[in-house]
Design a protein around this ligand. Sequence first.
Ligand SMILES: Cc1cc2nc3c(=O)[nH]c(=O)nc-3n(C[C@H](O)[C@H](O)[C@H](O)COP(=O)(O)OP(=O)(O)OC[C@H]3O[C@@H](n4cnc5c(N)ncnc54)[C@H](O)[C@@H]3O)c2cc1C
Length: 334
Amino acid sequence: MEYPTILAERFGPRFRTQEPMHVHTNFRIGGPAQYYVEARSVDEVRATIAFATQQRIPWVVFGGGSNTLVADAGFPGIVIQLANREVTISGTQVTAGAGAITAAVARQAGEAGLTGYEWAVSLPGTIGGAVRGNAGCFGGETKDVVREVQVLRCSRAGEWQIDVLPAADCGFRYRHSIFKEQSEWVIVAAVLALAPGDAAQSRQRMADYLARRKAKQPLERPSAGCLFTNVELHRLTEAQCAQLDAATGGTWRAVAHDGQLPTGWIVEQSGCKGLRVGDAMISEKHGNFVVNLGHATAADVMTLSDLVRERVRAAWGIDLHEEVQRLGDGASAH
Ligand SMILES: Cc1cc2nc3c(=O)[nH]c(=O)nc-3n(C[C@H](O)[C@H](O)[C@H](O)COP(=O)(O)OP(=O)(O)OC[C@H]3O[C@@H](n4cnc5c(N)ncnc54)[C@H](O)[C@@H]3O)c2cc1C
């Protein structure tokens, strides 16, 4: 039997061929996945990966598509969208499937009288994506609440098994985790440790975070959030600090906070706001957002990203690093 038939029999309409990926990404950009599967349980994820590996079909996993730029040529293999969304709460502990929507988990935890995760109500995407990128905002980071992560990985014997990694073994740092280094590991669930709180206060805090985000970010247009990571001050050399002093008359020191220099400010100061390639544009509202004005392509975004990087490097001597993850066109797959 042909493998599309096998997958179609198992997944029904949740298996599709030539699936346009722009409908699954926040950017509204991306060519077709040769095969696409929506996996609603860990067993479905495991079976699809085992099958793809056996058939030597390239595969990648995908969450909410809020941090991903899919190539215009799409992906020549199986895109497995994690949709295991179950959430259970026991005491102050929240266990969420990797496909659970982060904002929904934050709301559920708040309503259950738990505090510490309210900031995540404003974070697009899934728990799996948030753990992998150690996503954070408003002073909170995923690593602050994760107790352990359940990960699907291949044993030496070739079996796909689930291991539990305590947070200390997850290599969390700013927008990074061990899962970015071990790209064939699939996060299937995370256990979050929160604190007893008050549901009404959590609701209020969430409304405040949502309002602050709406005021500062171009949420009315498709984007993938911040294009680049912020600049970590401890990584700046003396020469770079001197170049920054010369370029800004020292004002950058007042703008930096929490050990970082916001890249949105750097991009703005480099005169890149409103810079446009095709339908991809650096937002006028937030310098670190590329917005899709309607028909932007991945190539437009990549050209724009290179332009900004070149300008910033020339003016400030700083290399910006992309936060947005690429899928297809040679980006890592298995
Ligand atoms: C408007 C907007 C605002 C944003 N603001 C913020 C912010 O304030 N802070 C912040 O940190 N981010 C922000 N982001 C980025 C994004 O929301 C986060 O990075 C989010 O956690 C990504 O989750 P996702 O499920 O959408 O990931 P996806 O885009 O689906 O995937 C991202 C990467 O993770 C991998 N991946 C996904 N799921 C798994 C899994 N289960 N196991 C292993 N790998 C996996 C994918 O292969 C891909 O490489 C913003 C995005 C948007 C659109």
